[in-house]
Design a protein around this ligand. Structure first.
Ligand SMILES: Cc1cc2nc3c(=O)[nH]c(=O)nc-3n(C[C@H](O)[C@H](O)[C@H](O)COP(=O)(O)O)c2cc1C
Length: 178
């Protein structure tokens, strides 16, 4: 058979991990344990659970339940979040897949909407800017200085260690939103 990607179904060793093939299921949000039960039986080598915030500060992607409250953790130290995450991770590993988790600092999209500010929201991101959110809200982004960038980098490192100790086989770092 003339395959475009002839090594796709061949095993590969990466550091201490041996993958039976080169198929990974890309991150698709936080998922639910039932979905991991299904993907666990897919035959893929690896699945990455998407968009877990690196800290309880300004990292979470927009969409937290109450837009008037500063984002709270789906972090590993939040008990409900941790239970859900563990179920997903174990479901994948039970079927022999490797489980990876994506760590995110959502930058300009990690905005809040303080109650007293009407339609104005605030975020901390790569550059100072103001942009119009698709729901008609104005978001003011404060550009990080070097100390803040270092702080975010440190939080990425701490989160990576936490998630590794939690039992994940791999970590994916998400840098798309500044
Ligand atoms: C419903 C959905 C949720 C997604 N969630 C994430 C996510 O949490 N993190 C991420 O990096 N990418 C996310 N993506 C992007 C996918 O991982 C993937 O990169 C994108 O869908 C392109 O791959 P495809 O052409 O195979 O669909 C999401 C995509 C979809 C469709």
């Amino acid at each position: 058979m003339n395959l475009k990607y002839p090594h796709l179904f061949e095993p590969i060793q990466i550091n201490s991990l041996r993958f039976p093939n080169r198929i990974e299921i890309a991150p698709m949000g936080n998922g639910v344990p039932e979905i991991c039960e299904e993907f666990g039986q897919s035959g893929a080598s690896l699945m990455t659970l998407g968009s877990w915030q690196i800290d309880d500060e300004w990292s979470q992607l927009m969409g937290y339940p109450d837009p008037f409250v500063k984002p709270k953790g789906q972090q590993v130290h939040g008990l409900e979040g941790a239970k859900m995450l563990r179920q997903q991770m174990l479901a994948l590993q039970r079927y022999g897949m490797y489980a990876s988790v994506e760590l995110i600092h959502a930058g300009r999209y990690a905005h809040n909407f303080p109650k007293d500010s009407g339609k104005e929201g605030h975020a901390i991101g790569a550059i100072t800017e103001t942009y119009l959110h698709k729901k008609g809200l104005t978001i003011h982004v404060q550009g990080m200085d070097e100390d803040m960038i270092q702080h975010v980098a440190d939080n990425y490192a701490k989160a990576a260690v936490n998630f590794k100790n939690f039992g994940f086989d791999m970590i994916m770092l998400h840098f798309a939103h500044g």
